[in-house]
Design a protein around this ligand. Structure first.
Ligand code: ATP
Length: 324
């Protein structure tokens, strides 16, 4: 198992009270697996990802019952050890490649800084690795590119460079948070194809956060659907599209036909009603106000987690009803 997190909670103090943004997430990612994390804006996807990276702001409160990466228990480690382990095993790419690259530093400098510090590579070794990674992500003439600045590259090329940068430490797990949202549609497809290729070539585990169900259909092994800070449903991708078990997932998929047929760029459709506020505690199922089949039991805690197939669970009182 590459990543095994149980009961992850992330809370952020605000002037309106405690914002409980991640409210008990379990997340397992196998070696070499691509897991897509989907859900409406504000449901806690990015905070989940940044807590895996150890990049949460200091004022955020984080707890978990288990936090293992590549077999190492991270809950018991000190901050310095954590940073080292994470730096070695996991890397992240973000939405906007423009703001993630420093315009005043050459590409070579930006790619090599980390590995020269952490792995004590020499300048030549670090350059050689940068050339290897730029080549892997499809940047032509990588050697000559090292001395150039970000402004000389297109948006798509910058995102490739960001991916190369993430690969520099030879991570086992790559986290990509909406990596193509800022790009043109044709470029989006190329970047996703690249991520899929890298995943296969390097045996990476990939956690991909996306709003785009077409992307999910094309690239995921497994899908986790997040709602109001919890995983509402998780399933192998074909099962999720064929037999969504949570009324929320059904709502998301209602406007979307079949995997493989679903065009890229199919955004999550709007579901009537609003996501509940995450300040303070939520009782029962957080989706029940928007759910067509909710009953009185749905206001009770804890909402049961029902296994509906191999690797497929649904957190819903009505799972049996839906399955029938
Ligand atoms: N640093 C922060 N300070 C205060 N609130 C925050 C902070 N980071 C996130 N939040 C809040 O926590 C909730 C979850 O945020 P998160 O970014 O994880 O959602 P998301 O599912 O990734 O949404 P999106 O798809 O819009 O990125 C949101 O209500 C957000 O406003």
């Amino acid at each position: 198992m590459m990543l095994d997190i149980r009961n992850l909670k992330v809370s952020i103090p605000t002037d309106r009270g405690m914002l409980n943004a991640v409210r008990g997430v379990d997340l397992q990612i196998a070696k070499g697996e691509t897991l897509c994390l989907v859900g409406e804006s504000g449901c806690g996807k990015s905070l989940t990802a940044t807590s895996i990276m150890g990049l949460l702001p200091r004022y955020a409160k984080v707890t978990s019952d288990r936090f293992e990466m590549a077999g190492q228990d991270l809950t018991t480690k000190t901050d310095a050890k954590l940073a080292k382990l994470r730096g070695r095993d996991v890397a992240m790419i973000f939405q906007d490649p423009t703001s993630a690259l420093n315009p005043t530093l050459t590409i070579g400098r930006q790619l090599t800084e980390g590995v020269m510090r952490h792995e004590k590579l020499s300048r030549n070794e670090a350059d050689a690795r940068a050339i290897e990674m730029l080549d892997r992500v499809g940047i032509a003439n990588p050697e000559a590119r090292l001395t150039q600045y970000p402004h000389g590259f297109s948006g798509g090329q910058r995102q490739r460079i960001m991916i190369a940068s993430a690969l520099m430490g030879r991570p086992k797990l790559l986290i990509a948070d909406e990596p193509t949202t800022a790009l043109d549609v044709t470029i989006q497809a190329q970047i996703l194809t690249l991520l899929g290729q890298l995943q296969a070539d390097l045996g990476l585990s990939l956690l991909l956060i996306t709003h785009d169900l077409g992307v999910v259909a094309a690239i995921a092994n497994d899908v986790a659907v997040m709602y109001a800070g919890r995983i509402a449903e998780r399933a192998p991708v074909a099962d999720l599209f064929a037999a969504p078990g949570h009324p929320y997932t059904q709502g998301l998929l209602a406007a979307i036909p079949v995997p493989g047929v679903t065009p890229r760029g199919s955004e999550l459709p709007a579901i009537p009603g609003r996501v509940p506020g995450l300040i303070g505690t939520l009782q029962g199922c957080a989706f029940r106000d928007r759910c067509a089949i909710a009953g009185p039991e749905c206001a009770k805690d804890p909402v049961p987690r029902i296994d509906t197939g191999p690797g497929h669970f649904v957190e819903c009182y009505k799972a049996a009803e839906v399955a029938a």
